[in-house]
Ligand binder design. Sequence first.
Ligand SMILES: [Zn+2]
Ligand SMILES: [Zn+2]
Length: 240
Amino acid sequence: MKFVSYLAGEACYVAPQPLLQSETPPTAISKLPDFETPPLNPNYEFSKQLQQFLNGRKLLLQEISAPIEEIHEHYQNGFVSYHKGIVEKDGTYFCKRCGNNKRHLFASHHCSRCDEECVYCRHCITMGKVSQCSPLLSWTGPAIQYEKRSRCLQWQGTLSGGQQVASEKIVTAVRESDQIVLTSGGTTLPASKMEQLSLKQQFHNIFTSVKELITPPSHSVSEESPLFSKSKSKLLIWAV
Ligand SMILES: [Zn+2]
Ligand SMILES: [Zn+2]
């Protein structure tokens, strides 16, 4: 899809080509000048479904099922932001999804979507193709208000001495909104580490707001998410 940019007052905004005719020629969004997201319109009746889907994520247009008209209306009201997928600075490309800036991990081809030579990121291509003409979208409206749950931990068991120590450190990190890195000897996060994350009795008091657990590689997340969901069956868990 091609985009156009336009000025409104001092600000520069963008729009998908089918939705706005502009004097400037439409092109890949990454090739447009820098643009902004319009200010939030508090009176706009936003889509809860879109909020739920986009909140805390950065997705490609093709990953969102909502029609472009609806997405763009949310942008116009400040609830959704477009981001350039690939940014070029001083001859160096940056992927805004995975952070790749290694030249050999980018490629280009004549693209059928933008009808131009189009650079894309090879580093994160298994998650869907980020290219110069594929914007990333994020939610900039109000965050989802999750209901507070108590005693969501379902697991019964005991931890070993080492697990207990690690568990205490995790609990402290979560409580103090600090960061903690868990490492394991293997390539995947083994069940024992997952137990440390999920089994500490105090956890039900700590997870009162949305928390993220990030672990590479992605297949570990997919493999371990059933365990996590089982031990916290009352929580809504997304594994992406
Ligand atoms: Zn990438
Ligand atoms: Zn393209």
